[in-house]
Design a protein around this ligand. Structure first.
Ligand SMILES: [Ca+2]
Ligand SMILES: [Ca+2]
Ligand SMILES: [Ca+2]
Ligand SMILES: [Ca+2]
Length: 376
């Protein structure tokens, strides 16, 4: 079907020439009528002619073209009706499965009424061409299409865009709630593969939590499923702990779904060091005109004695003085806070009995694990 032109008998070639010229030059040369958004407009187009509309999109979004009264030419063997949309560069925003590079239509053989959904990833001017097929009455006289058209528009304006690289990461205020769209910035319909990079700065080690809701997950292992990554100040991926990824694809979590739309997907990371981190939410194949919402919280693990993981960095203790400390590895920027070593130094004034009192220490009662130990 893609090579439909080659099936025309030779007698049709004469009218095919002007028809193909329309296809090649119609979008750029035809006078365009402004098609206001969310407004019904009446239109007319002669048989085998093309009417051009200009759409001015204030933001990225989704267009629902509602067309009534259009009569389709349901015949692959003749000049059939089709719909095209091109961006400011003159490139098609989308080509449907029966379209081709030489005839890049996004829809064909309209029904009455018809609703055509067109995703657009970027604000700007777009040209919509409606081409009437060879539309004739039973006597063979050409007929003019009389129709109405409405371009209903749903905005997907994302205040964080463009944030698709670490360099363009948006600063995330801990505790604040923000929202955006899984909708990549592109002057085409290929709005999937959006990336959301955020950066945040933590003053101490601690537990960082992301609450993500209304995210469109891609629950399909053979697709480019959605993932969340965490990176350190240098941009290196942080992997380990409760990560579900692998060394080759070191994501922290994948398929960020919640059981219900109102429930949120919660991701936590036990950060071992202060400083700047980057979080990346990879949409993969997913996209949505419903915004996601993200909030964060941070529980500080503010241990004045850290890092004290060696004899050289041992905390000097005073006889009889109580100290507060955490079992929380506090070196580097990792998400593996377990396995902390705390060195404390004291001076024995003479021979005697040393008593160490500890409260709220969490023991590991498992000989097979790295259990907790005290050494002198
Ligand atoms: Ca986005
Ligand atoms: Ca983005
Ligand atoms: Ca400690
Ligand atoms: Ca320590």
């Amino acid at each position: 079907m893609r090579q439909v032109e080659t099936q025309y008998p030779p007698t049709r070639l004469l009218w095919l020439v002007p028809f193909m010229l329309i296809m090649l030059f119609g979008a750029s040369s035809a006078a365009q009528t402004l098609l206001p958004l969310n407004t019904e407009v009446s239109g007319a187009v002669a048989s085998s002619d093309t009417v051009s509309y200009l759409l001015e999109l204030p933001t990225p979004g989704e267009i629902n073209l509602h067309i009534t009264g259009w009569v389709a030419t349901l015949n692959w063997g003749i000049d059939y009706d089709r719909v095209y949309m091109t961006n400011a560069s003159g490139d098609p925003v989308w080509i449907e499965e029966f379209g081709s590079e030489t005839d890049p239509f996004l829809s064909h053989m309209l029904s009455d009424p018809d609703d055509i959904v067109i995703r657009i990833g970027q604000a700007g001017n777009y040209v919509l061409d409606l081409h009437s097929g060879d539309y004739r009455n039973t006597s063979g006289d050409p007929l003019t299409q009389q129709f109405t058209i409405t371009a209903a528009f749903v905005s997907t304006a994302d205040v964080h865009e463009v944030n698709d690289t670490p360099e363009a990461a948006r600063s995330l205020e801990i505790g604040a709630t923000t929202s955006g769209y899984q909708w990549r910035v592109t002057p085409t319909s290929e709005v999937w593969n959006d990336e959301e990079y955020f950066t945040f700065n933590v003053p101490t080690p601690g537990v960082f939590t992301w609450h993500l809701s209304n995210w469109t997950a891609t629950l399909n292992w053979s697709a480019d499923f959605d993932r969340m990554y965490l990176y350190d100040t240098s941009g290196a991926a942080i992997f380990g702990g409760t990560s579900t990824g692998s060394q080759t694809d070191p994501y922290l979590r994948h398929m960020l779904y919640s059981d219900t739309q109102t429930e949120e997907c919660t991701i936590t990371a036990n950060l071992t060091g202060p400083g700047i981190y980057y979080a990346r939410f990879h949409s993969g194949s997913g996209y949505s005109i419903d915004p996601w919402s993200l909030s964060t919280e941070f529980l500080q693990v503010d241990d004045d004695h850290e890092p004290n993981d060696s004899v050289e960095t041992a905390t000097i203790t005073e006889n009889g003085v109580e100290m507060e400390a955490w079992q929380w590895k506090s070196v580097g920027q990792t998400i593996e806070a377990q396995g902390d070593d705390d060195f404390y130094a004291f001076t024995a004034l003479g021979a005697g009995v040393l008593t160490v009192s500890m409260t709220e220490w969490i023991s590991t009662y498992n000989w097979g694990a790295d259990y907790d130990r005290l050494q002198l």
